[in-house]
Design a protein around this ligand. Structure first.
Ligand code: ATP
Length: 255
């Protein structure tokens, strides 16, 4: 991939050049507004205006339409799940979009929801689901068609500690099978542990790309959070927190 994206005069992605291989779990990180979601939307074909060339499975995505999408799974950050549908209705609908055999999809939905402990709620409307339960539905919807490439945006969001362990283990087993996982998260401890490659984007540019060990050698030897702070030039967290507290106290507040 060698790609740029501009909104008006603003370069949101500034010549990103990346090669991604089978079996990689890529932690794609960066400050708010750095361009992570934009990159993923371009890779998914949701944004089709960009400069440069993007290949997935060795083919230029601007020439491919639906074929390659069947090999991709996606967990969006803010899912507009169809709240009026039951989980079962939603998941069979998604299976239909991928053109899967209905009885196969139903069987998979039942088994996957048992494994993730939401089978009791399959016939309940999504509007009454908790955040973690919705997240599990999204995860299932990204897996039913057994994709080779997975894009996950904050996939652990809302999940309890036990489910987090399942998903982390799942990702490493899928990568071992040769699937590629492109993972965005702001939780540095998780990215540090599960990724075998970390890409840090800042102002639309790649400022680091390597294993956690390589990033530590090239930068400050510390946590990924510290490396992130250093490479994005941020060190005012105490000062900013203190100023927030001052503002909260207001003019009449006690000093
Ligand atoms: N449709 C749009 N029109 C104009 N600017 C946009 C549009 N979509 C995104 N942007 C801008 O592009 C930049 C990158 O946004 P993007 O959503 O890719 O960031 P991100 O790295 O995913 O951030 P976050 O961590 O907050 O999810 C931001 O400055 C955003 O304001």
């Amino acid at each position: 991939m060698n790609m740029s994206k501009q909104y008006g005069s603003k370069k949101v992605i500034d010549s990103i050049n990346l090669d991604v291989y089978k079996g990689q779990i890529i932690g794609y990180i960066g400050p708010n507004g750095a361009g992570k979601s934009t990159t993923v939307k371009i890779l998914l074909g949701l944004i089709d205006q960009y400069d440069g060339r993007v290949e997935i499975f060795g083919k230029d995505i601007s020439n491919e339409t639906t074929v390659f999408k069947k090999r991709i799974g996606y967990v969006p950050e803010n899912a507009e799940v169809y709240d009026n549908l039951t989980a079962f209705e939603y998941l069979t609908f998604v299976g239909g979009l991928y053109g899967l055999d209905e009885s196969d999809v139903i069987e998979k939905i039942i088994q996957l929801s048992k494994l993730l402990n939401i089978d009791h709620a399959l016939d309940t409307r999504l509007s009454s689901f908790s955040k973690g339960m919705k997240q599990k539905v999204l995860l299932i919807s990204s897996l039913v068609h057994n994709p080779d490439l997975l894009f996950l945006d904050e996939p652990l969001s809302g999940l309890d500690a036990n489910s987090v362990m399942i998903v982390k283990e799942l990702l490493s087993q899928l990568a071992r099978e040769g699937k590629t996982i492109f993972y965005s998260s702001h939780i540095m401890e998780v990215v540090e542990k599960i990724s075998n490659r970390i890409i840090l984007l800042s102002n639309g540019k790649i400022v680091a790309d390597g294993t956690f060990e390589q990033l530590k050698q090239q930068n400050k030897d510390g946590t990924l959070e510290e490396i992130f702070n250093e490479l994005t030039g941020f060190n005012q967290h105490k000062e900013i927190a203190q100023n927030i507290v001052h503002v909260m106290h207001g003019r009449d507040g006690y000093e």
